[in-house]
Design a protein around this ligand. Structure first.
Ligand code: AMP
Length: 173
């Protein structure tokens, strides 16, 4: 299934010069959503996963659905200040300045085998921070999966220790 036509390009959002890849239009197509989740389920079902980790916020949509489909725990990584219990955190670079992501300290443990999920790989800074936290908690990262990848932004170069998988590529920056 060709997912590219279902993803809306919004120029100059949230700031001038960014081509925003809007996955809400894809979510209007249940068959496309099912194609993504069922495909990932088949991809990972023999890998002995113990949890799915999803990135705030669109990673919750795809990661949450995958965890449900695979009958696995879902672990949310959230922007700073949202998780209520004891957390660990990592800072990462944004277009301008930095931001902080958090995960509950008791969400993963050594021996866990996880897949990390987000909607889109751009520069890789977000997922690098998430992978760092997951490693600090002792879990094994089996793969990092995205719906969309923007290869010109070279996100894979920040994630070279891990297998990276994506379903659709756009060559715009
Ligand atoms: P990065 O850390 O640069 O890989 O950025 C990835 C995160 O920012 C993901 O959570 C994406 O949802 C969001 N993001 C970055 N660039 C875009 C874009 N051009 N269109 C849509 N979302 C984006």
């Amino acid at each position: 299934m060709d997912l590219a036509p279902l993803i809306r390009n919004v120029p100059d959002f949230p700031i001038p010069g960014i081509q925003f890849k809007d996955i809400t239009t894809l979510l209007q197509h249940p068959k496309a959503f099912r194609f993504i989740i069922d495909g990932w389920k088949r991809r990972y079902e023999s890998q002995g996963l113990t949890a799915i980790v999803g990135a705030d916020a669109r990673g919750f949509i795809f990661g949450g659905a995958l965890a449900y489909a695979m009958d696995l725990p879902f672990v949310p990584v959230r922007k700073k200040g949202k998780l209520p219990a004891d957390t660990i955190c990592e800072e990462y670079e944004l277009e301008y300045g930095t931001a902080v992501l958090e995960i509950h300290r008791d969400a993963l443990k050594p021996g866990d085998k996880v897949v990390l999920i987000d909607d889109l790989l751009a520069t890789g800074g977000t997922m690098r921070a998430i992978a760092n936290m997951v490693k600090r908690l002792g879990a094994e990262i089996v793969e990092i999966a995205f719906v969309v990848e923007l290869p010109p932004l070279k996100g894979r170069e920040k994630l070279t220790e891990y297998p990276v998988h994506s379903l659709v590529e756009f060559m715009v920056e």
